[in-house]
Design a protein around this ligand. Structure first.
Ligand code: PLP
Length: 370
């Protein structure tokens, strides 16, 4: 399905905000370190190729994605920088990885053994060994497993290039750093069995880079913060002001005076206590705006307006302070006058994280780049 360009619901992406977030992080980083921009999931909903362009202009030297298709899309779009796939790729695609010079996370020696028969060209597969220090998702769990893989890589250097080693922290965005420290000590124990460091050693996502300057790596995997969102939601304050890059806006497409006692939406869960002005917006849960947000608010003309009644698949209703004309702009995420709704606010109201809200906006909402 193509983006719906014939309705007034849009996502605006502020390229300059993205560039500024990258600049701010680069200014804090060790000059010898690389910043790889995490652009998976369509650049957290902001647009894969467009974000890749903005971050490259701002000084990011590589990209992280989740799946092979995202990496291939970047190559097809002409990006020649290093690309690391953070998820597991099926070993049968090893030759494609090699040809395209796409690096891949490897979490077991078994993967290497399965991939080896597929690698037959001049280019080796660039491998980043994933260390499971406590995330419990992918990676080597102990030193012996790691040593076996290191030996295998050494004896199969025609097929594999040991390019990186990394781990991922599960609690870097939390105030309590006990579990973080446990993971860090496990990581250091892994590093002790490494005969020599590969080109990239990386442990930091946004939260780790923002709040834990204790780890020595030479590359960071910078995701949510580049889009201007606080990885911790509202728990921790960031060392610099992040600039939100995404705004979601729509327009009133219908307004009416609802008589006292009349109800709104499926289940008739909202009933007017007096005569009141109700506006309808062309956006709903099929667009990724969570259905549970009845009772939350949007901004009209710098004023907060409650979402009344259940959110429908493609429409939702709001209570207006007075009659507004059809075509009046409504802000669902972003600024209106002195007011602002941040992605973190929407996430909090929906009992989730801003990541899920941002990457959940459907492709049918057009992305417009400022
Ligand atoms: N590194 C890994 C392994 C990830 O899975 C992710 C995101 O999920 C990131 C880095 C980026 O994290 P963030 O968006 O919190 O910076």
């Amino acid at each position: 399905m193509n983006a719906g360009t014939h309705r007034p619901t849009i996502i605006e992406v502020d390229a300059q905000a993205i560039r500024e977030n990258i600049h701010q992080e680069l200014a804090r980083m060790d000059r010898k370190s690389d910043l790889f921009a995490v652009v998976k999931a369509d650049g957290y909903g902001h647009g894969l190729v467009q974000v890749a362009k903005f971050v490259s202009e701002a000084g990011a030297t590589g990209f992280c994605v989740a799946i092979l298709d995202e990496a291939l899309e970047l190559r097809t779009a002409g990006f020649t920088q290093p690309i690391l796939i953070l998820g597991i790729v099926e070993p049968k695609y090893a030759q494609l990885l090699a040809e395209q010079k796409i690096s891949v996370a490897v979490g077991s020696c078994d993967w290497l053994k399965k991939a080896a028969p597929f690698v037959h060209g001049d280019e080796p597969v660039r491998v980043h060994l994933a260390l499971d220090t406590g995330m419990g998702r992918i990676g080597f769990q102990d030193q012996d497993e790691l040593k076996t893989a290191l030996d295998y890589l050494q004896t199969h250097s025609d097929q594999f290039l040991f390019e990186g080693i990394f781990t991922h922290f599960a609690t870097a965005d939390e105030t309590d750093d006990q579990y973080f420290k446990l993971q860090l000590s496990r990581f250091n124990a892994f590093m002790d069995v490494l005969p020599q460091r590969p080109r990239y050693v990386h442990v930091a996502n946004s939260a780790t880079s923002l709040w834990h300057k204790v780890c020595e790596g030479n590359m960071i995997r910078f995701g949510i913060a580049l889009y201007g969102m606080n990885p911790s939601g509202k728990a921790l304050s960031t060392p610099y002001k992040l600039k939100p890059a995404m705004a979601v806006t729509s327009e009133l497409v219908f307004t009416k005076l609802l008589k006292k006692g009349r109800s709104v939406g499926y289940g008739a869960t909202y009933t007017a206590q007096q005569d009141e002005w109700i506006g309808t917006l062309p956006i709903g849960y099929a667009d990724g705006y969570p259905r549970c947000l009845q009772g939350f608010h949007v901004l009209v003309d710098g004023q907060s307006c409650e979402i009344v009644g259940r959110i429908c698949m493609d429409q939702l209703m709001i209570r207006l302070p007075h009659d507004y004309t059809v075509g009046t702009k409504v802000v669902l995420v972003g600024k209106s006058g002195e007011q602002e709704i941040k992605m973190e606010d929407v996430a909090e109201a929906a009992h989730t994280i801003s990541y899920e809200i941002a990457c959940g906006f459907a492709p049918r909402i057009p992305r417009i780049y400022l």
